[in-house]
Ligand binder design. Structure first.
Ligand SMILES: Nc1ncnc2c1ncn2[C@@H]1O[C@H](COP(=O)(O)OP(=O)(O)OP(=O)(O)O)[C@@H](O)[C@H]1O
Ligand SMILES: [Mg+2]
Length: 226
């Protein structure tokens, strides 16, 4: 489903994001990506969502070679790959449901479809009862759940999460992970970048460790070992 062949990303001559990374992730996997700060994890995320282009190598998603994806096709890719970040990136002037609906409006979805999908995704993250609140009226965990709901509106095949629990306490982090597990059980492939040792150890799924732009270990049912 996701395939990286010999991927390198050099931001400048002396700033290496990734160096000769090859990697395959199958449909329906739940993969954690771990590593020290500045080792290339976010670079990997940005390459997957085509926010950055690789300097070398090829990236494909399914049968689609996105290595040289045109600007015009990026919205199509973003429908297949949902993404969430550490800072939830919600629009402060919009309510919970408006934040989620907005992602569909900009994609040109019909009002009928928006009215149908928004309550469903809010229900998945357990926030249907807070749909009229503004982001400032929500806890951090709830804000992240809105971001997750928003990432699901196009029924993505893949969900990439870059430190989604980085700003949250243990209880809220746990809730976010439970939601990601549930989404994975529906069949969505999850790529979770995290520093959280407890989360990785508890998941007992595949763990890819990156160091200095390279994969130094890739193991199934693994523990966090740095
Ligand atoms: N836009 C950029 N221009 C130049 N160098 C960059 C840029 N973005 C990242 N880098 C460099 O690429 C390397 C990898 O950065 P990246 O953001 O992928 O790390 P990371 O593993 O996500 O770190 P963290 O855990 O702190 O989020 C770092 O050395 C960083 O300084
Ligand atoms: Mg990062």
């Amino acid at each position: 489903m996701i395939n990286l062949q010999g991927i390198s990303k050099f931001y400048t001559r002396d700033s290496v994001g990734l160096h000769d990374v090859s990697l395959s992730i199958d449909h329906g996997e739940f993969v954690s990506v771990v590593g020290q700060s500045g080792t290339g994890k976010t670079t990997l995320v940005k390459l997957l969502i085509a926010e950055e282009r690789p300097t070398q190598g090829t990236i494909s998603i399914g049968d689609w070679d996105i290595t040289k994806i045109s600007q015009r096709d990026i919205p199509l890719l973003r429908r297949q790959i949902g993404v969430i970040f550490q800072d939830f990136k919600l629009l402060p002037g919009k309510t919970v449901e408006e934040n989620v609906a907005f992602a569909m409006q900009v994609a040109g979805e019909s009002i009928k479809r928006i009215r149908n999908v928004v309550p469903k995704v809010l229900d998945i993250v357990g926030l249907a009862h807070k749909s009229h609140r503004y982001p400032t009226q929500l806890s951090g965990g709830e804000q992240q759940r809105v971001a997750i709901a928003r990432s699901l509106v196009h029924r993505p095949k893949i969900l990439v999460a870059d430190e989604p629990t980085g700003n949250l306490d243990t209880v809220n982090s746990q809730e976010i992970i439970e939601i990601l597990k549930k989404i994975n059980e529906f069949g969505t492939t999850i790529v979770l970048v995290t520093h959280d040792k407890d989360i990785v150890n508890q998941l007992r799924k595949r763990v890819i460790t990156i160091d200095n732009g390279k994969i130094i270990s890739d193991a199934d049912h693994a523990k966090y070992r740095l």
